[in-house]
Ligand binder design. Sequence first.
Ligand SMILES: Nc1ncnc2c1ncn2[C@@H]1O[C@H](COP(=O)(O)OP(=O)(O)OP(=O)(O)O)[C@@H](O)[C@H]1O
Length: 304
Amino acid sequence: MENIITTKNLYKQYSNFQCIQSLDLKVPHGSVYGFLGPNGAGKTTTMKMILGLVRPSSGAITLFGKMTTSKNRLEMLSQIGSLIESPSYYGHLTGLENLRIISTLKKVPEKDIQRVLSIVRLEKQEGKKVNEYSMGMKQRLGLAGALLGNPKLLILDEPTNGLDPAGMQEMRELICSLPQQYGMTVMVSSHLLGEIDQIATDVGIINHGKLIFQGSLAALHQKSSHQIAIRTMNNITASKILQLQGLACKEEQGYLIIPALSDERIAVFIQDLIHKGIRVVRIEERNNNLEDIFLELTGKAGAL
Ligand SMILES: Nc1ncnc2c1ncn2[C@@H]1O[C@H](COP(=O)(O)OP(=O)(O)OP(=O)(O)O)[C@@H](O)[C@H]1O
């Protein structure tokens, strides 16, 4: 089975608001699939549709190679762990007691509790009341609950929301370890480009309910346009010389930015600058980061 989740022509309409349109997702087996999009793009709604918590207006959802129907949904859900919005827990009970309740609901043997506590590194705090947990510990407890029963697929909605930088890093490391160590596929949503860049193997970018990119993280990076940054002792004259050569060039923080060209053409331009008495002090190659790529894809600044 190549894809763990496939959606075909998925739509969700809320009264007169088209929330999700023509969504064709492909979440590869063993991937960490980063589902990226600005607030309100439709990430939570999509995840809820996959989990059977929201009914699609139309379209099909295939999980583990089987089309979901009302008959097989429960069986499929038993193989999925999820953390949608903030985890729910009983604050006056301990972490262990909370996990006991989930294990009973999921019909998972109690011995699995120690395994998941150790994965999320909460063994030492299992006897503490959840009201006394930090935000990061609560989030890890939520993940532990999702991991009970060793699901094949984990669906996590913005799992680092509200965490401090150390908590975020810990959660990211945990997520990255799951496919390698436990053979899981993880679909994780975020509005943080840098976060997806750090953890995902595959990416789906959604904006206004439509998928605007889907593929490997490497393929996304390949979309990045390279640029050459040149710093000289006289950028004003240098920019005129480059423009006379027909080269589009803009100045940014003391550097002249030109499109990436072949080494040969760059060498010719630099030689020309030097011949005309311009002292060149820096030449650097620059890649657009994911934020630039997102802006290129959506054509919108400040979208995330
Ligand atoms: N039950 C509902 N009824 C009407 N509109 C809804 C409902 N649920 C979500 N929406 C709308 O659908 C759009 C997408 O919401 P959704 O929560 O899926 O986005 P999101 O990408 O998860 O955003 P966020 O990062 O803010 O959680 C929003 O405009 C939201 O207001």
